[in-house]
Design a protein around this ligand. Structure first.
Ligand code: CTP
Length: 132
């Protein structure tokens, strides 16, 4: 039987930390599904839009050979229905979310991977801002 893995994120300014978690996620199974958060969802969470549009972020994630399917995550409240709809066996998240998704243990395995140190979309934006 094919083992399906699902993960979620903004994936703005695609960087090696994103690639690492997607590779680790894929290594747990056969089929990797990624929910890319919409611009609106980001705005509602962080009161700012990502640098890359949702279409650009989805296109970049979709181009990775380890990724099998990409969809837009439109609401944080829909995680359970996304997991069920995609028949995911395992939910993978970075450990910045450790414990936060344990409620889904009743429908899938929940795995948290350590974040790659010293890189994030926010940090890249801060570094670029400082360049004169
Ligand atoms: N991630 C990771 N290591 C990093 C950065 C992100 O493992 N250094 C993981 C997150 O834990 C998450 C996924 O990549 O599971 C998508 O994270 P996202 O929030 O889009 O990336 P960040 O770089 O953390 O973005 P931001 O700075 O806007 O929070």
């Amino acid at each position: 039987m094919i083992k399906k893995i699902i993960t979620f994120g903004t994936f703005d300014l695609l960087h090696v930390g994103h690639l690492n978690i997607l590779e680790r996620a894929k290594s747990l199974g056969d089929y990797l599904i990624v929910g890319v958060s919409t611009d609106e969802l980001n705005y509602s969470k962080k009161a700012k839009f990502p640098i890359y549009s949702q279409e650009e972020r989805k296109t970049l994630i979709n181009a990775l050979k380890i990724v099998d399917e990409v969809f837009f995550e439109e609401s944080l409240e829909l995680k359970r229905s996304y997991i069920l709809k995609h028949k995911a066996d395992t939910l993978v998240m970075g450990d910045d979310w450790a414990g936060k998704f344990d409620e889904f243990n009743d429908i899938c395995e929940v795995v948290y991977f350590p974040r790659t140190p010293s890189i994030s979309s926010t940090e890249i934006i801060e570094i670029v801002k400082k360049i004169k």
